[in-house]
Every structure is written in structure tokens, then in C-alpha cells.
Write a protein that binds this ligand. Sequence first.
Ligand code: T46
Length: 139
Amino acid sequence: MENIIVKNVKLIQLSQIKDGSDGILSVAQESKEIPFHIKRFFYIYNLKNKNAVRGKHAHRKVEQVLFCINGSFEILVDDGKFKQSIILSEPNTGIFLGTYVWNIMRNFSDNCIILVVASDIYDENEYIRDYSQFLKETI
Ligand code: T46
């Protein structure tokens, strides 16, 4: 697994329960593999635009874990000091994004589906969508 140097980011590996030719089951539970209480989930799909770029923000309060449950995409994570680009392409590998992590998601495969579990309900006010504001609050 890739060594993560960006603060408040880590990869999360889920176990795989294999049923031979009948498929694989991966499971994540709050306070175990997911390091917070889960208050919300959402998913991103239908990523047909090859040039789609999502994210471009950080969170002041919400923590999240992203799973690429189908296909692949690239996520750039940035703590204001270090930046790192990670490809998520395995349905049993998640990426934890804590607070104050700027993320940019791009290079989505056609069939990409991203499942996100979050520690709180949606609140636009806890987003930082301006990079210079992010740097101001982070450093
Ligand atoms: C993140 C990445 C990984 C809602 O109304 N409720 C919600 O729970 C969410 C997540 C979004 N929205 C609305 C807000 C926007 O009008 O949906 C629209 C698209 O949201 P956004 O541009 O923030 O989407 P992404 O893909 O850039 O970011 C999302 C999450 O917002 C964010 O928390 O870290 O996925």
C-alpha cells in the first residue's frame, strides 16, 4: 500500500470475504474500519465526461472515507504543505480524508462509482472552496 505523507489522510483496507465464483463481500463498520460515526453516505456516478474535475475543496468539520466501488479515479490530496496523488481502483480500498485536506478528483474511468461515508450531515458552511482561504486557515 502506498505511503501517505499528507496530514489527516490514510488508506483503509477492507477485508474480502470470498465466495469462490459467487463473488466477494467487503464490509466496513463505524468506529472499526471507519474511524467515526457515520451520519451520511452519498455516491458519485455517471462520470462520462473525460475532463470532469470534482472536489476542489476541504472540510472544516466533516471527515469522510471514499471508496471507488467500481472503476478507478485519481485523487490529489493536499494538507497545505505536502501534496500527493493517489489512484483508487480497488473496491476494498478506501481513503480517509480528515479535516483540512484539499482534494481534487479527476481521471475518472467511464464506469467509476465513488461511495463516500461522512461523519456529519451536509452543511455548505463547513466547506472551504477557495484555495487561498484554505491555506490561510491551515497554515
Ligand atoms: C467531498 C467529495 C469527495 C448536497 O446537497 N448534499 C450532499 O451531501 C453533498 C455531498 C452535495 N450536495 C450538493 C452540493 C452541490 O450543489 O451537491 C452538489 C455537488 O456537490 P460538490 O460540488 O461538493 O461535489 P464534489 O463531488 O465536488 O464533492 C463531494 C462532496 O461534496 C465532498 O464532501 O469531499 O465529494
